[in-house]
Design a protein around this ligand. Structure first.
Ligand SMILES: [Zn+2]
Ligand SMILES: [Zn+2]
Length: 374
């Protein structure tokens, strides 16, 4: 585990100050001199999006959490585009992030929000002592040749992907300097603060939807600036799920990219927590909130909240059990011997009918629950 000291990490500090300064001032000067072509701005938009996705879909959900598996070509592209963000190698990023989840909100959490917004956002990097970094929690990642290569040659990969490649591509339309300043420095600053907001704002602003036992929050507004990572309360409760925005309408371009990759055969084994397990956690938090809100009204708690919550929990457990039994039945090798197939179909249909009935009961009980929560 890395240690934060009072000493200043000058390399990090100078880089974190220089990139936004050079990016913003350079862009203003170049624009005022009419030296930025529209193609460079379009390239900036595309590259900032792609490199940010390499952090969220690659560094975070693929490597740090293993929430899906990817084709080696995807592993390589994620590692290279992610390097362009100058956030350390996958192994460095992964060890810090796994410590963040394991020790969240404690002194061992590298970006502990309880040490203040500034510390969680950027302060921890200014005082980062990398010589003490312990990689024992990313041994599984070290077995990948791609990630070992990226770690060994990180500086070279980062400088090439972060500055040289943008300059070379922009030189195709005669705008190399603007490519270096805008798609290089300014973009890195955007990437940095988009990631930093996950560690600061996502533990600061929003709702505690699935767990009230730590500081992570859900907010569609922070999701907009963090490629969907703003549904951070969900993520801390279910870090293995490839989604952060669990509802279909939640803005989470990272989950859409992973889903699209799976449809193209470039990703597999996308992990999803069952809807009923997610609902059970949500109800537990809502029950705590109701009890806190109506703590003086014990009659309301004892006669309304607790019995309805117990009923909902029983229905959820019933559906989960039925679905497990149904999955076992479906997994059995179909016996096509005459006569048995018909009985199998009847069994299957009986399960589906029972699940539908319990679901109907669950939905109507949830309407009553929502009325209590209103
Ligand atoms: Zn977090
Ligand atoms: Zn995470």
């Amino acid at each position: 585990m890395q240690k934060n000291s009072k000493k200043i990490n000058w390399l990090n500090t100078i880089f974190l100050i220089a990139t936004p300064l050079v990016g913003v001032i350079g862009a203003i000067v170049l624009c005022s001199l009419g030296m930025v072509k529209w193609q460079t701005w379009a390239f900036f938009g595309v590259y900032v999006f792609l490199t940010a996705l390499a952090i969220t879909a690659g560094y975070h959900r693929l490597f740090a959490h293993k929430s899906y598996k990817a084709h080696p070509v995807v592993d390589f592209i994620m590692a290279m585009l992610g390097a362009a963000c100058f956030e350390g190698s996958v192994l460095e990023w992964g060890t810090d992030h796994r410590n963040h989840h394991r020790f969240v909100d404690t002194e061992k959490d590298p970006y502990n929000i309880n040490q203040g917004f500034w510390h969680a956002h950027i302060g921890w990097l200014i005082h980062l002592d990398t010589s003490k970094r312990d990689f024992s929690n990313v041994e599984d990642l070290s077995s990948s040749a791609i990630l070992r290569f990226q770690h060994k040659y990180f500086k070279e990969c980062a400088i090439f992907m972060g500055f040289i490649l943008p300059m070379l591509i922009a030189s195709l339309w005669g705008n190399a300097l603007a490519g270096l300043i805008i798609v290089g420095a300014l973009r890195v600053a955007f990437n940095h603060h988009s990631t930093f907001f996950i560690n600061s704002l996502c533990h600061w602003s929003g709702k505690q939807t699935y767990t009230d036992e730590q500081t992570a929050r859900d907010s569609w507004m922070t999701a907009l600036v963090t490629m969907g990572e703003g549904f951070h309360n969900f993520h801390h409760q279910f870090p293995l799920d490839y989604r952060n925005g669990v509802r279909y309408f939640h803005y989470d371009p990272t989950k859409w990219l992973i889903y699209a990759l799976s449809k193209l055969g470039l990703a597999s084994d996308l992990r999803r927590i069952s809807d009923y397990k997610i609902l059970a956690f949500r109800l537990r938090v809502e029950e705590n909130q109701l009890k806190k809100k109506h703590q003086q009204d014990t009659v309301f708690i004892n006669q309304k909240v607790e019995p309805l919550k117990a009923h909902l929990t029983a229905l959820i457990e019933k559906i989960a059990q039925l679905e497990t039994e149904l999955a076992t039945l479906k997994a059995k090798k179909l016996d096509h011997v005459k006569g048995k197939y018909a009985s199998y179909k009847r069994q299957l249909q009986a399960y589906l009918n029972t699940i539908k009935m319990v679901q109907k009961e669950l939905n109507s009980s949830l309407i009553n629950w929502r009325k209590l929560c209103a």
